[in-house]
Design a binder for this molecule. Structure first.
Ligand code: MSP
Length: 511
């Protein structure tokens, strides 16, 4: 039986249109899911939409629509975005689905039965934009007298009956969990933030609201709707068919990794494992948080009018180009800037030049000088062996980087081999060997084709369409594109299709 791997994206609020922040985490999750499939895992990749809560209710009212009609529309737009980003998700969950409401109610009942939930009254600050409660000492006063959350979101004073989750009782057990599972929170800098937050003490958490209706009713007390984060986090469990142990996807729990943005780490690394442990359910294995993108160095915001629509980006630069840029430009956990100049440079230098030209030069010479057949493998020289060994090491290097979500480092490893291959082709100069030593020319081209095959194989998760084209041109059959298949050399003499360029240069449109 194949080992299992379960990866998730955050479920996105349907209060507005998708932007690159949403596309980014989704693409990272897709790269991971595709890589694991390529590495022989049975993968479950989940994404979806977060549709309840005050923020969404408000957005629906502003749009003049009934909340359900509104969320149907916006959720469909997110689904379209997922498809346009090339996501290979196995399910798309919506929190307004019946299957999800049932699971939330069941989780609630278990928490209640175990004495983890009690009725009280909440009085304090709430930020609708973050759907989060804040302590007084977390807020900053602005010159106009209003207060804002650390995220900059305005807060309002809330006073209402509320159920509470006994989060305060979980401090020690959470700390013990972080201690026993150092890989639980990534990156490490964020782990330290969570640790110090939890060490500072936890208060019981308000987990229901009575001042609006757009949520999942609390079982047995329908005057309350569940706090949207309890509802939202539970999506990861819903999709596995929990609590049915015989559900087809039951064995995927606990999730291997939740990929999320740094702003929602507290919910995933503190509340979520506490809810689960309190209900007697295993917590996820890892929560890996990514940094934020700015645009041309500025924070993305509606008021600045610089919000980038991911589908527009793809229309301008190409899907694989955008996916590559996202994964290459900055470390996953760090913030980074998206700029036109940086995109064009990555596309023209690394894709068109380094990789595209390497493939084109190799394949064109095979087409022209080797009768369009894959040359036979020959006894390698020391230089041949150096390149072939470097290429053969890529799967293991990439596997390790994927485990840690250091996507940019994985790509850097691949580009080291691409640059080595470009050095090799220049030094070996197969075009000059055509007359003097055709056997050696063929051997050199075969070394290059084999190196390219390894390169294209490990790059498939990042750029599925382009690498499929490259593997077609290298004569690699569909069933020989996994990491394991790299151990078996391609047969000598396979006929190759005429080469066509995979990565066009980006040319500025005429003004
Ligand atoms: N609905 C919650 C998540 C619930 S998960 C159980 C939510 N949704 S969101 O739509 O507001 O945000 C989703 C993700 O987008 C977050 O991980 C957030 O970090 C990310 N981003 C929002 N703006 C971003 C950037 N400018 N750059 C990168 N990611 C950003 O939070």
């Amino acid at each position: 039986m194949k080992p299992k791997f379960y990866v998730t994206t955050p479920i996105y609020y349907v209060n507005g249109a998708p932007h690159i922040g949403h596309a980014y985490t989704s693409i990272a999750a897709d790269v991971l899911a595709r890589f694991k499939r390529l590495d022989g895992y049975d993968v479950f990749f989940l994404t979806g939409t977060d549709e309840h809560g005050q923020k969404v209710e408000k957005a629906a009212a502003e749009a003049g629509l009934d909340p359900q009609a509104f969320v149907d529309k916006v959720s469909a737009d997110f689904r379209d975005m997922a498809a346009k980003m090339g996501l290979s998700n196995d399910d798309f969950i919506r929190t307004t689905e019946e299957r999800h409401k049932r699971v939330c109610a069941e989780l609630w009942r278990r928490l209640e039965q175990r004495g983890e939930i009690y009725l009280g009254a909440y009085e304090g600050w709430y930020a609708v934009r973050d759907e989060a409660f804040y302590d007084e000492d977390e807020l900053t006063a602005r010159p106009d007298g209003t207060r804002v959350a650390p995220s900059g979101a305005p807060v309002e004073w809330v006073r209402e009956p509320s159920y509470f989750f006994r989060l305060s009782q979980w401090q020690d057990r959470l700390l013990a969990h972080y201690e026993a599972h150092p890989e639980f929170i990534a990156p490490n800098s964020r782990r330290n933030e969570v640790l110090s937050f939890v060490r500072g003490g936890l208060r019981d958490l308000s987990v229901s609201r009575t001042s609006f209706r757009w949520g999942i009713p609390v079982p047995g007390d329908p005057a309350h709707v569940m706090y949207v984060w309890l509802d939202a986090l539970t999506n990861y469990l819903t999709a596995t068919g929990w609590p049915d142990e015989h559900a087809p996807r039951a064995a995927f729990w606990p999730a291997d990794v939740h990929l999320i943005g740094k702003d929602i780490l507290r919910f995933h690394a503190i509340y979520w494992p506490a809810f689960l442990m309190a209900a007697g359910v295993a917590p996820p294995k890892r929560v890996s948080s990514n940094g934020w993108w700015t645009v041309e160095g500025e924070k993305m915001s509606k008021s600045l009018g610089n919000v980038i629509e991911p589908r527009a980006l793809v229309a301008t630069y190409g899907l694989d180009q955008v996916r590559y840029f996202f994964m290459r430009e900055k470390p996953f956990g760090a913030d980074g800037s998206m700029s036109h100049a940086a995109l064009v440079s990555r596309i023209n230098v690394e894709l068109a030049n380094d990789l595209g030209n390497l493939a084109q030069r190799t394949l064109a010479q095979i087409a022209r000088n080797c009768d369009a057949r894959l040359p036979a493998r020959a006894g390698p020289t020391a230089e041949d062996a150096a390149l072939l060994d470097a290429a053969a090491a890529l799967p293991a290097l990439m596997r390790e980087r994927m485990e840690r979500q250091t996507f940019h480092e994985g790509l850097e490893e691949v580009w080291k081999v691409i640059r080595a291959a470009n050095g090799y082709i220049d030094r070996q100069a197969p075009w000059a060997l055509r007359k003097t030593d055709p056997a050696r020319m063929a051997a050199v081209l075969r070394v290059l084709a084999d190196a390219l095959r390894s390169i294209a194989t490990v790059l498939q998760p990042f750029m599925p369409d382009s690498m499929a084209k490259m593997l077609d041109q290298l004569g690699v059959p569909a069933e020989a594109r996994s990491l394991a298949a790299l151990a078996v050399p391609l047969p000598d003499g396979v006929a190759l299709p005429p080469p066509v360029g995979v990565f066009p240069r980006y040319v500025e449109p005429a003004a």
